[in-house]
Design a protein around this ligand. Structure first.
Ligand code: PAF
Length: 284
């Protein structure tokens, strides 16, 4: 497994594969890898001849400095896990390599037509988050030049934003969605689960259970009834010790509020549990 720190070397490897007519699949990450990430890596292996994983904690997408500082960095363990998965190359740039003019001077990518999708839900609560994500992902796509890239459905809005960016800019990369991996109690795997204390972790499965309960009530209900059903789900979470930020039903394709006749629906939620801000979503 090649460990690559510099853009030139990563681009050269991608170009070499391309010249040889060999395909590559890419899994961008911020490290602190868990089974959720590794399942995306396994999926990537089935999609192309080579697999590249990037590990870069992107400062541009953090809305709170404390969150960036606290983000777990576990490079040696991550590299061992990726080696065991038979990954071809891991791209591990530092901040100066990705943002040579400094993060403040980095021009943030603006993609016309994505405003509604980027400014709702996570975008509304975390200003600057999605502009930071599209900026780094576009840059990574330019460097790695993959044929296909895999993104987890756990960050469902991010998946939709990336798909919309690729379509809007006409990028030559196919985006594939990876299913959310869950712990035995339903908690979606996430690096931020590490912030949960023992008592919080014991309750954390309530988030998924609440979304599942809501799904049962949504089925067969009219769209006008969704807000009251979502508010009830928020009260259930609050009673279990969460501080819910939102529980909503949206259209799966563009995350717009659903109307009569929309049948591709997604429930999305964000809630604090102690120091951890958890997000989750399920298809209705
Ligand atoms: O999902 C993530 O880990 C990040 O948002 C990503 C896609 C690697 C961009 O920094």
């Amino acid at each position: 497994m090649q460990i690559i720190h510099h853009i030139d070397a990563m681009s050269a490897l991608g170009a070499q594969w391309r010249a040889a007519g060999e395909s590559s699949a890419f899994v961008p990450t911020m490290g602190n890898l868990h089974e959720g990430h590794l399942s995306l890596v396994r999926q990537a292996r089935g999609l192309a001849e080579h697999v590249v994983v990037s590990i870069f904690v992107n400062p541009l997408q953090f809305d709170r400095a404390a969150d960036l500082d606290a983000y777990p960095r576990t490079l040696e363990d991550d590299l061992a896990a990726l080696r065991a998965e038979g990954v071809d190359a891991v791209f591990v740039p530092d901040e100066a390599e990705m943002y040579p003019q400094g993060r403040e001077a980095e021009p943030v990518l603006e993609v016309p037509g994505l405003e509604a999708l980027m400014n709702t839900l996570e975008g509304e609560r975390r200003p600057g988050h999605f502009p930071g994500v599209v900026t780094v992902v576009k840059k990574l796509f330019d460097i790695v030049a993959p044929d296909v890239a895999v993104f987890g459905e756990k960050d469902f809005q991010q998946l939709r934003v990336i798909q919309a960016m690729v379509a809007a800019l006409g990028l030559p990369v196919r985006i594939v969605a990876g299913e959310t991996r869950r712990e035995d109690d339903g908690l979606a795997m996430s690096s931020r689960n590490n912030y949960l204390g023992e008592a919080e972790r014991a309750r954390a499965g309530t988030l998924y259970a609440t979304l599942e309960g809501l799904r049962g009530r949504i089925r067969g209900a009219a769209p006008t009834a969704y807000p009251a059903l979502c508010a009830e789900a928020e009260r259930t979470l609050a009673a279990a010790g969460f501080r819910p930020e939102y529980v909503v039903v949206r259209r799966g394709a563009d995350l717009a509020p659903p109307g009569e006749g929309d049948d591709d629906l997604r429930i999305l939620a964000a809630a604090w549990l102690g120091p951890a801000r958890l997000i989750d979503n399920i298809k209705v």
